[in-house]
Design a protein around this ligand. Structure first.
Ligand code: HEM
Length: 310
């Protein structure tokens, strides 16, 4: 199921971003997701890109620029075809693309900006979403009593249920929060500015200093989270104000918060509930900690799992 899991956030997001016709280009878009992952990795590690002069001399720099240009051209071709189709169908849906076409005379968003937003929201977060879903499945295998408790709480739903049926199963939400606390995909948050002069641990931070939080230290701080290395979704049944502020899974506050948060929570609930209802998830052998592999901006798990049908 690695393939399905890998693209699940993209395939759900495709409908929201491009409307129903988007699925006609599914395999080309999957190739673009893979190419973007590769391009982001190379660009992230290519420190020479920032050195004036050198970047004009290195052949690798030209190859990278060519690949980025080809990636953008390919994506642009798909978007243009979808825009033509949407116009000829008189698409009145609520997709981002249909809205862009409808509002294009009134709004100031250029095609380039629309394309960049779609790359950032549709193609880029796919791998991180899959990583988060996979961490949950691994943790459920590592903690069979949590898996059993979840199965008991959804047993009455049978095999055919939808998101509304899961609305009251708060344990599923707590499992996601606890998974993101223990295994966040981002090691650091997006940079923020200090709102006033402040002193933290005897270090003076002037107003407007750029602050980047070390997410792992926050999430595993023993003073804030008792037994921080234990996967215990119950701790989210009632959290203190200090804990609420420490959780940054999808950003904090309103500004720049993750736009995909509600979609990810919904997919996570449905996916995990349907799997747990049908399969027992087991590890091939016991593990202490989950091995993680660094991708350009995130850490993804490396672990095989067994799914035993009931
Ligand atoms: C498990 C999956 C995901 C996680 C853990 C995650 C987490 C985050 C975090 C921590 C931020 C930074 C928030 C901040 O700066 O305060 C962010 C930003 C963002 N996320 Fe996600 N995200 C996920 C999936 C998605 C998906 C599927 C989409 C698209 C539908 C998405 C769209 C965005 C966008 C557009 C931003 C930038 C918002 C802005 O800067 O204004 N994310 N995400």
């Amino acid at each position: 199921m690695q393939h399905e899991l890998k693209y699940i956030a993209h395939d759900v997001g495709l409908h929201l971003f491009c409307g129903p016709n988007g699925s006609e280009y599914l395999s080309e878009l999957h190739e673009l997701v893979d190419e973007l992952e590769d391009l982001m990795s190379i660009t992230f590690d290519a420190k020479w890109l920032n050195i004036d002069g050198i970047r004009w001399l290195l052949p690798a720099s030209y190859r990278l620029r060519q690949r980025i240009a080809a990636f953008r051209d390919n994506f642009k071709t798909i978007l243009m075809k979808l825009i033509d189709r949407s116009q000829s169908d008189n698409d009145e849906s609520d997709s981002v693309l249909a809205r862009f076409i409808r509002d294009s005379t009134d709004c100031e968003i250029s095609f380039e900006e629309f394309m960049d937003t779609t790359i950032e929201g549709l193609l880029a977060p796919t791998e991180g979403s899959a990583a988060t879903f996979t961490y949950t499945l691994i943790l459920l295998a590592q903690y069979p009593h949590v898996q059993s408790k979840l199965r008991e709480s959804i047993q009455h739903l049978g095999y055919s249920f939808n998101l509304n049926d899961l609305h009251d199963i708060k344990y599923l939400d707590h499992i996601l929060s606890e998974c993101q606390r223990l295994y966040p995909i981002f090691m650091f948050n997006a940079p923020e500015s200090a709102s006033c002069d402040m002193i933290i641990d005897n270090i003076f931070l002037p107003k407007n200093s750029m602050v980047i939080l070390d997410v792992i230290s926050l999430n595993r701080n023993e003073d804030v989270w008792p037994q921080p290395l234990v996967f215990k979704p119950e701790r989210f049944e009632s959290i203190t104000e200090e804990q609420r502020k420490a959780v940054h899974s999808f950003g904090i506050g309103r500004n720049r918060r993750c736009l995909g948060e509600h979609m990810i929570k919904a997919i996570h609930k449905l996916l995990v509930a349907h799997i747990v209802q049908r399969y027992e998830i087991r590890l091939p052998e016991p593990i202490e900690i989950i091995k993680r592999k660094r991708r350009p901006f995130i850490y993804v798990p490396e672990q095989r799992l067994h799914f035993i049908p009931f």
